[in-house]
Design a protein around this ligand. Sequence first.
Ligand code: SF4
Length: 463
Amino acid sequence: MGSPFSQVDFDLLKKYDRPGPRYTSYPTAPLFNDAFTSEDYRSEILATNAPGSTADLSLYFHFPFCDTLCYFCGCTMLVTRDRRRVEEYLRYLKREIDMVASSLGKDRRVVQLHWGGGTPTHLFPEQIRDIGLFIRSRFPITPDAEISVEIDPRELRREHLEALRDVGFNRMSMGVQDLDPAVQEAVNRIQPEAMTGQVYRWARELGFTSVNMDLIYGLPFQTLEGFDETVRTVIDYAPERIAVFNYAHVPWLKPHQKLINESDLPTPEQKLALLRQTIELFCSGGYEYIGLDHFAKPDDELAIAQKQRTLYRNFQGYSTRAGADLYGFGMSSISHFQTCYAQNEKALPEYYRALDEDRLATHVGYRMTDDDRLRKHVIMRLMCDLELNVSAVERQFGIEFDSYFTSSLGALERFVDDGLVAISPGQIAIQRGGRLLLRNIAMCFDAYLDAMMKTKPVFSRTV
Ligand code: SF4
């Protein structure tokens, strides 16, 4: 079976390559500011708990610690082998959980829960059980909740997965990146294929119902042959979901990325060839291309949600539980309700100090305007549904679309001319090649982007 992208002009994509956001939020994180305080966050929590407002809950817990440094890492993490630091962190995390949980209405159900990092499996199995049970004692979690965890196969024992299952985890996301030993050595992440395979088998034996594997393209020494082998091996495992991230080389934001020798990185042309090959292999290997970096089996909830127009984007990427209020816990985590974003302190001393002073650890945040909510909706629907029902937006937000978005529609014209977007009365539809440029298309609707681009470089490149 051929790939649905085999007709796409990949050379055309190059002309759209520029820095841009990934739109896991709108407005994007660089606009969060300290005018939004922990007091504002507390009032928002109380407001969302007013009688009658009972949106479901999605909980995110950040575990920042890792054993070793992967040179490509873009996460907020701390490398340590000092176990006392982990114990201390867990004590503070529990304090934060108690502060927030005591402000929440008892009828608010958790439909989604995620542990990210860093490396959540840096915790010992007994620590996983302890904090997992603590969370369960503080929040009512629905029996069908999506409970997922990011795991690192290196230094992972079967006992870690048993502990995760014991406290209800049913999904996992596993870092693989690239199975080529030369690439692994260049990025300081040695993870032999046998290790990945062993952990995958344990996950299946223990009953994890959904496994995601993360790959990265654009790493040093990657070749078409080497990455072809990685992708084919992953297809043979048959995880339900696969994310293939474009390596963002942003050493001005992540100084440890200077440990990667830039001359070892693939050229933009080689990266495009890697992307094309990867998409073709996954699409002909039984996966659907959801958008951006994500692939899923056709019977996976992500693919089904896309068909049903209920897909959503949040800080973990694509998600199926739209409409839930997101509460983030731990250093640097982000919360998002209908009207605001709030991000916790990004350094441990400040995070701990706030909690010692009985304050929520909000570092920055953002209160959304009506225009922000409208644009967020437009961007979200385009990136998730790959089309926009213009009439529905007009009805929902009480606007006349063409006049409200005159400049956005002007910016879209080049995409239309290149056959990447089709505009008809009442609808904007992203065409096949345009699915590889979702970030660029969304950028046409971003009211803040031009001003942000004039200040400092904050975004990775889109292609
Ligand atoms: S394990 Fe994950 S979070 Fe930790 S350094 Fe490696 S990529 Fe970053």
